[in-house]
Design a protein around this ligand. Structure first.
Ligand SMILES: [Zn+2]
Length: 255
């Protein structure tokens, strides 16, 4: 007894009881990628379908590329938790959540197998096509919940997704020694950095003071867009990668 037909062709269905109706908006306009952070895929699948867990996602992608749908795309799954993007905080209502099986940082954090990533790409393309989701709205859980979440992490191959037509990315500027902004700094340059992060969507206060929250958001940005070095220090590479990301966004939206 499967419960519903999958939105994504080829997906298996295992119904999770953990969902509700989308609030305010009826259609998702964002995809949020996670890793499961549990020892095995089957344990994660069981957890996301356990009423006691009160968490779920629309999809789970196993290491072998098998896709399981647990919540209909039209419904609101419980995957994002306390989050924000462009000031919006009910991310569950406006997103489709994908849990990618990987034990995560506390359990060795292995790389993501190619078959699994190919399945994630196909799934994302399906979701993006069904809901006309913008490239820059395929995001990491860490992007929308900086400081609280670090998944799917710096090993997640955003480049491979982008090469296949999923997500928004620019080549990360090379890491070099030089001037950098860090905790304790203040002034116009910090304000400019915070403004750029906020302009991309990150939940950061534009105060002109490089505080712990700014550091946390810089780390989240690096984990997704400059994964070679995730240290919360806004070095030249971080700032210039952020700048080109915003420039390429303007190029995309003016087309
Ligand atoms: Zn997550």
């Amino acid at each position: 007894m499967s419960g519903f037909l999958p939105d994504q062709q080829g997906a298996e269905v295992r119904v999770s009881p953990n969902f509700g109706p989308r609030r305010e908006t009826l259609r998702p306009d964002m995809v949020v990628l996670h890793y499961t952070g549990m020892a095995t895929g089957s344990a994660a699948e069981a957890w996301l379908c356990d009423p006691a867990s009160e968490v779920s996602s629309h999809y789970l992608v196993h290491e072998d590329g098998r896709i399981v749908q647990m919540v209909r795309e039209s419904d609101r799954a419980w995957h994002a938790g306390k989050s924000s993007w462009f000031g919006r905080t009910d991310i569950n209502s406006c997103s489709v959540g994908i849990e990618i099986v990987n034990p995560g940082h506390t359990l060795g954090y292995p790389g993501f197998p190619r078959r699994q990533i190919e399945a994630v790409v196909g799934l994302c393309k399906g979701i993006i096509g069904r809901h006309s989701i913008a490239a820059q709205r395929v995001l990491a859980h860490s992007d929308i919940a900086p400081g609280r979440k670090i998944d799917p992490g710096e090993k997640f191959p955003w480049k491979a997704l982008f090469a296949a037509g999923v997500g928004h990315l620019v080549p990360a500027a090379p890491v070099r020694r030089g001037a950098a902004l860090k905790v304790g700094d203040a002034g116009a340059e910090v304000e400019a950095l915070q403004s750029m992060l906020a302009l991309y969507g990150y939940g950061v206060e534009i105060s002109g003071v490089f505080d712990r929250q700014t550091e946390i958001v810089v780390e989240a940005f690096q984990r997704h867009f400059r994964p070679r070095l995730v240290d919360g220090i806004a070095d030249g590479s971080t700032s210039s990668t952020l700048q080109s990301l915003l420039t390429s966004l303007r190029a995309v939206s003016s087309k």
